[in-house]
Ligand binder design. Structure first.
Ligand SMILES: NC(=O)c1ccc[n+]([C@@H]2O[C@H](COP(=O)([O-])OP(=O)(O)OC[C@H]3O[C@@H](n4cnc5c(N)ncnc54)[C@H](OP(=O)(O)O)[C@@H]3O)[C@@H](O)[C@H]2O)c1
Length: 246
């Protein structure tokens, strides 16, 4: 089922995206990864295209490059994202716009650039790596939460609209995952509160009833399952990986 499928993954050079890329490649898929930093993309030893997902033309050009490598696109995994933490009282419009640009517009750009390939094939899988922040609020990250909620809305709406096409759209919503993004969040807490690294990590971990951070491979396995034949009726779903937090 997955073997031979052409999968594009944004933010595939690090963290969750790199793990998803590895898992799909391991399952025999033809994987192309996208991101802004050539060095991290190159390190994955997979075909890649440098692009900024906030720019529609960049994404279109990247997918053209991917098509030259592997043909039409079957699966688009919109994983690129960023989180800025700032109290609401100090947050400016620029923060909100940056959060929306990468976390929402970036998903839209990737999915739309891949849409016509999937429509013509009568089969396709659109997956967003959203977050539990797409389903509940967290303090100090209102821009990020607003953007991830928007991704969930986009996913649910597209799922309804594309139902007859053979394309599904789903969002995976993990809690804190052990990646460079999490490390930056821990560093921010340490810098702003003077807490030790261990206490800062514990303060984030404790929201998960299992008292642990999600591993990137768990997100990758969920994405792989969403592309399996057994998941063909799963559409417009928010799959939480949060140890029961949601
Ligand atoms: N870590 C967590 O706790 C957690 C929890 C829930 C959800 N998530 C979500 O999981 C996804 C992956 O995050 P991660 O934890 O793996 O963090 P990460 O290691 O920082 O990965 C983010 C990736 O997105 C890419 N990216 C960022 N802005 C981009 C842009 N404008 N254009 C193209 N690529 C861009 C980055 O590459 P470049 O900078 O090179 O472009 C990077 O490879 C994100 O959507 C995040 O919101 C993470």
């Amino acid at each position: 089922m997955i073997a031979g499928k052409h999968v594009v993954i944004s933010g595939g050079g690090t963290g969750v995206g790199a793990a998803v890329a590895k898992t799909f490649a391991g399952a025999g898929a033809r994987v192309c990864i996208l991101g802004r930093t050539e060095e991290t993309l190159k390190a994955q030893n997979l075909p890649y295209a440098v692009c900024d997902v906030t720019k529609a033309d960049d994404v279109k050009a990247a997918l053209e490059k991917a098509r030259k490598e592997f043909g039409v696109i079957d699966i688009a995994i919109a994983n690129a994202g960023a989180a800025e933490s700032v109290p609401f009282s100090k947050m400016d419009q620029g923060t909100l716009e940056r959060m929306m640009a990468v976390n929402v517009t970036g998903v839209f750009n990737l999915w739309q650039a891949a849409f016509y390939d999937m429509k013509a094939a009568g089969w396709g899988r659109m997956i967003a790596i959203a977050s539990t922040a797409g389903l509940k609020g967290y303090p100090y990250v209102s821009g990020y939460c607003a953007a991830k909620h928007a991704v969930v809305g986009l996913t649910r709406s597209i799922a309804m609209e594309l139902g007859p096409t053979g394309i599904t759209a789903n969002a995976i919503c993990p809690g804190f995952v052990e990646t460079p993004m999490l490390e930056r969040s821990i560093e921010t807490i340490v810098a702003k509160t003077g807490m030790s690294r261990d206490l800062a990590a514990k303060s984030l971990r404790k929201g998960n009833p299992q008292d642990r951070f999600i591993q990137t491979g768990e997100v990758a396995d969920a994405a792989l399952w969403l592309c399996s034949e057994g998941a063909r009726s799963v559409n417009g779903h928010t799959l939480t990986l949060s140890g029961g937090e949601i």
